[in-house]
Design a protein around this ligand. Structure first.
Ligand code: SF4
Length: 446
């Protein structure tokens, strides 16, 4: 047996200036680096790269930071700047054009990504407790891929922006490296999540990010395309129908990514959408959906709705039901409005009585049940590819491209107990009810 080659751990030099908040930032960065197997270097000469965490509070602190960057450049040459002075990239680059990257305060992940670009982590499976793909709570064959945190919208019923802050996107190269690790570990379906997937990259001004030596834009379309090149199912969640979403539909029509969009519409009546302060304009949404289906007839659209939002009248609710009948969405989830501590909608007038909410919920679900039954019946006789999630004594429980795990429907393959979770095969659909399909195998691709 060959002895595995143990590579020396890469070393990072760290200069931390400024206040306790900057110190905490440094600690977080260092903790992450240590967990990835990096070592700290006590001097400039022994470091593979030097991070200077700067302060930008007073002029004297700015000068001290600039001097520290200069010293690190002279003594080592490979320098990444982070911290408060990072917001003034122009000044740093004017004085020190040789710095490799400049990031701002609290951008731990970006700093780590920039360090990866200069000196990649040396993962040692014999020593590391954490596998390279990280620790996951999902089954081995699918994984959630978080591309950003926070949200720039101010929906009246939502407290996420106040809890998680404004949109903070992960650089596209960083997301791709995680996706590659997951695929190498056996993942066959990547579920892209965030609070607002279509806004991805806006905060980073869609900046280029290194991925295998190429410049990949931190942008919804570019990331979707790159993920589609990994050869696994890619499913997009929490997409708002901004105009640029149109660009990914051809990728779906070509089979590059799954023909699936999870768009939380929440309502259809203009009054309610306005009171909800929802992003995007709903006015032409039906026409947009029609256009998408013309390009990609197999497109599945899943959405969620809130009934009984403060001020919702019976007329508003009827608009929503009519819209649902016309839009013929593939999958629909529904919530009865509830106050959430800290949400702006709590203060709105016209709170809807609970029994009205219950009754509207039941009517919405009944309406969608009919839409769903019609849609699923139209799939009987078709041959489709499925991914097996579970197997029991009755057979296999799988999903098609139209169904996300946990929230959508299933394809039951009765009598096929020899299959395993993660298997992919083609089935012919023989039966449908309101929510699920039943099929028989026609070929397998495990
Ligand atoms: S509902 Fe979604 S889009 Fe609206 S503020 Fe909350 S996270 Fe943002």
């Amino acid at each position: 047996m060959n002895t595995p080659e143990i590579k020396p751990a890469p070393k990072v030099g760290f200069v931390s200036l400024g206040c306790p908040k900057a110190l905490v930032d440094s600690e977080r960065i260092i903790t992450k680096l240590r967990a990835e197997g990096y070592e700290l270097s006590a001097d400039y000469q022994g470091a593979d790269v030097v991070v200077v965490n700067t302060c930008g509070f007073l002029d004297s602190a700015k000068q001290e930071s600039l001097d520290a960057i200069g010293e690190a450049l002279n003594k080592n040459g490979k320098v990444i700047v982070t911290g408060c002075l990072g917001v003034d990239e122009e000044r740093i680059r004017a004085e020190h054009p040789g710095v490799l990257a400049v990031t701002g305060p609290h951008q731990y992940e970006r700093v780590v990504t920039e360090i990866h670009n200069v000196v990649p982590p040396a993962h040692d499976p014999f020593q590391d407790l954490v596998p390279p793909e990280g620790i996951r709570l999902t089954p081995r064959h699918y994984a959630y891929l978080k591309i950003s945190e926070g949200c720039n919208n101010t929906c009246a019923f939502c407290i996420i922006p106040s809890m998680r802050g404004k949109l903070a996107s992960r650089p596209a190269g960083d997301v791709m490296r995680e996706a590659e690790r997951l695929v190498t570990a056996g993942v066959r379906e990547l579920l892209v999540i965030s609070q607002d997937t279509s806004a991805y990259g806006l905060d980073l001004k869609y900046a280029d990010s290194d991925w295998n030596g190429t410049a990949l834009k931190t942008r919804f379309f570019n990331l979707t395309k790159a993920l589609g090149s990994l050869g696994v199912w890619v499913r997009l969640h929490y997409v708002y129908p901004y105009p640029h979403v149109d660009e990914v539909i051809p990728l779906m029509a070509d089979g590059h990514v799954l023909p699936y969009l999870d768009i939380p519409f929440q309502h259809a009546a203009p009054n309610v959408l306005k009171a909800m302060r929802r992003p995007g304009t709903q006015a032409k949404t039906l026409a947009r959906i029609e256009g998408w289906r013309a390009l990609c007839p197999d497109l599945a659209i899943r959405s969620s709705f809130i009934v009984g939002f403060p001020g919702e009248t019976e007329e508003d609710f009827q608009i929503l039901l009519d819209w649902l009948r016309e839009a013929k969405l593939t999958r629909v989830g529904c919530f009865k409005y509830e106050d959430v501590a800290g949400a702006a909608s709590n203060a709105l007038e016209g709170h809807v009585p609970q029994e009205v909410k219950d009754e509207r919920f039941a009517r919405l679900m009944e309406t969608q049940k009919q839409v769903s039954a019609e849609l699923l019946t139209s799939r009987v006789g078709r041959e489709i590819e499925v991914l097996v999630d579970d197997v029991d004594e009755e057979g296999a429980i799988a999903r098609s491209s139209w169904d996300a795990p946990e929230i959508d429907g299933c394809v039951y393959i009765n009598g096929e107990s020899e299959l395993s979770p993660g298997d992919m095969l083609n089935v012919r659909i023989e039966h449908a009810d309101e929510y699920d399909l039943w099929g028989v195998p026609v070929s397998s691709r495990t």
